[in-house]
Design a binder for this molecule. Structure first.
Ligand SMILES: Nc1ncnc2c1ncn2[C@@H]1O[C@H](COP(=O)(O)OP(=O)(O)O)[C@@H](O)[C@H]1O
Ligand SMILES: [Mg+2]
Length: 291
């Protein structure tokens, strides 16, 4: 079943001070299944964080269709969007102090979202301890974030993100400040929680190695989906042979192919027996290329 459905999603930032409009998402089309763990990869400034913010209900889409579970995010008022954000979504950010309060223990941190839901104290403590042991921190309940290592802090953040039992887990470059070994460890816990809790998860990263540990990888370039691929068998980003054909017939070619093109404005295209051929020069060359 499709859990997240995004159609022609557009997000334009408007900066009043300079009277400029920046198109950050330019017609995103996306479907994510329930329980799937996907990664969104793309260069800096391509719209990864914006897509996550819109999915999190932290930014209003400018246009398009956006459904998460049975919530139509494109139709929500500001008030109902903030309720959605608070109760339905768990987030994990790159910068640890966005995930945790520094002055209190990680147990108390994980308890806070439960407290907001009115969970009784005993159950809160029991559930928070369980979540923390699920991220390998069973002996560290009473420690404050400052007493933990970088990887442990992110794992505590992960427990915190799941404390209110959200329907969607969103992470923005959660391994950005970790070395590769510690990053791998966090991802293993992430994947395990995604599976045991059956929670749909979307992780943004610019690191291919990190993206590879998820079920499916989606590439975003200049605010549009350019490619997608299951991650098994994917050795490098150049192995991404699937591109997304949107409802209007639009395709965004992968960046590594675009970089090789000499002519960018017009290309020749031919279809034969279900195969599509594209060519930069003349048609004769294309016939030759097919042989
Ligand atoms: N609050 C904002 N106001 C104006 N422009 C923004 C804002 N946030 C992001 N942008 C612009 O939108 C584009 C996409 O940004 P972002 O989603 O942060 O990309 P990424 O996370 O892939 O680096 C960039 O051009 C960025 O400068
Ligand atoms: Mg970003």
């Amino acid at each position: 079943m499709t859990f997240i459905e995004v159609r022609d999603l557009i997000k334009i930032y408007y900066t009043k001070e300079y009277n400029v409009r920046v198109p950050a998402l330019r017609g995103i089309e996306l479907e994510i299944k329930e329980g799937e763990f996907i990664s969104i990869i793309g260069p800096s400034g391509s719209g990864k964080t914006t897509l996550l913010l819109v999915l999190a209900g932290m930014a209003e889409p400018s246009a398009g269709y956006l459904r998460v579970g049975d919530v139509r995010l494109d139709q929500l008022t500001d008030d109902s969007r903030s309720l959605y954000r608070r109760f339905k979504v768990g987030t994990l950010w790159q910068i640890p102090n966005r995930n945790l309060i520094w002055e209190i223990s990680i147990l108390e941190n994980v308890e806070i979202p439960m407290r907001l839901l009115g969970v009784p104290r005993e159950k809160r403590i029991k559930d928070a301890k369980e979540l923390l042991s699920e991220v390998g921190l069973s002996k560290r309940y009473m420690h404050k974030p400052s007493q933990l290592s970088g990887g442990e802090v992110q794992r505590a953040g992960l427990a915190c993100a799941l404390a209110h039992n959200p329907i969607l887990l969103l992470a923005d470059e959660p391994t950005g400040e970790l070395d590769s070994k510690t990053a791998g460890e966090l991802l293993r816990y992430f994947k395990e929680l995604n599976e045991t809790h059956g929670i749909t998860a979307v992780m943004v990263t610019h690191d291919f190695d990190v993206a590879k540990s998820t079920d499916r990888l989606i590439q975003i370039v200049d605010g549009r989906i350019s490619g997608y691929s299951p991650t098994e068998k994917l050795k490098t980003i150049r192995d991404m042979h699937h591109v997304y054909l949107d409802r209007y017939g639009g395709i965004q070619l992968p960046r590594h192919i675009v970089d090789k093109l000499k002519v960018r404005r017009e290309i020749l295209i031919e279809e034969e027996d279900g195969k599509i051929f594209m060519h930069q020069n003349d048609k004769n060359n294309m016939k030759k290329a097919k042989k």
